[in-house]
Design a protein around this ligand. Structure first.
Ligand code: PEP
Length: 248
């Protein structure tokens, strides 16, 4: 039986200056000989190259937080998957709810970015998640499985990607779904991946994201079909991020 290798990824969002490299170095040192899974930090684009150099050869991977679907061109302010690779990234977060909401990113736009990321050699972490209104209306499962279908290119010929289930209402709020709700959603996402891509998708880790912290990480990471975590706020401090990784 094939099982996913767990992945814990930190999303620094628009936080971090040169001084923050020390927090990332502290994560690498703190991991020591940890072999329980893969660990990544996704800093703002301005820090990717410096972080990649600082962490080279160590246990922490570096990722981007978004990329454009096009490889180059007249797209002021944007960054391509090739540029992320060039700067030293090996992963990229795509379709985060803050981008879906703030930049009107559709599932189709996310799927185009996923294709571009894979072509450039990046491992996409594809985010999906329902709003509170959608959950309260009993639509969470339908909304999220539809996002999974729409945000992954149908012709995907690889298992080198991850899906992150991040309920929008749990991000940065301190609120989390119950373990039963997390498991229900992760099992549904697994079934959707199976339907789309067959058994080879069984190695795709399905991360949970939304107010993960050291005190709740172990319980969440033990839940059925939870293959790691996407961590926002608590990834900014090495001690907290390491406390979450210990939950694996
Ligand atoms: C996120 O933004 O991906 C996230 C999970 O944030 P937080 O951990 O702060 O809720």
């Amino acid at each position: 039986m094939t099982v996913p290798i767990p992945l814990i990824a930190g999303n620094w969002k628009m936080n971090g200056l040169a001084a923050s490299l020390d927090e990332a170095r502290a994560v690498a040192v703190g991991l020591g000989t940890f072999r329980g899974g893969r660990v990544a930090i996704c800093p703002p684009a301005t820090l990717i190259e410096r972080l990649s150099r600082a962490l080279a050869g160590g246990p922490v991977l570096v990722g981007g937080q978004d990329c454009r679907a096009e490889a180059s061109g007249a797209f002021t302010g944007d960054i391509s998957a090739e540029m992320l690779v060039d700067a030293g990234a090996s992963l990229v977060i795509l379709g985060h709810s803050e981008r879906r909401a703030g930049y009107a990113e559709t599932d189709a736009a996310v799927a185009a970015k996923v294709g571009a990321a894979l072509r450039a050699g990046l491992e996409p972490i594809v985010c999906v998640g329902e709003t509170l209104d959608q959950r309260q209306a009993g639509e969470a499962l339908a909304v999220v499985t539809e996002q999974v279908r729409g945000s992954l290119p149908a012709e995907l010929a690889t298992d080198a990607f991850a899906v992150a289930y991040e309920p929008v209402w749990a991000i940065g709020t301190g609120l989390t779904p119950t373990i039963a709700e997390i498991e229900e959603m992760h099992v549904a996402i697994r079934a959707t991946l199976r339907e789309m891509f067959g058994a080879r998708s069984d190695t795709v880790p399905i991360l949970y994201g939304g107010s993960v912290k050291p005190s709740n990480a172990a319980e969440i990471l033990r839940a059925t079909e939870v293959g790691g975590a996407l961590v926002g706020g608590a990834s900014l401090k090495a001690a907290d991020f390491l406390g979450i990784i210990e939950g694996l």
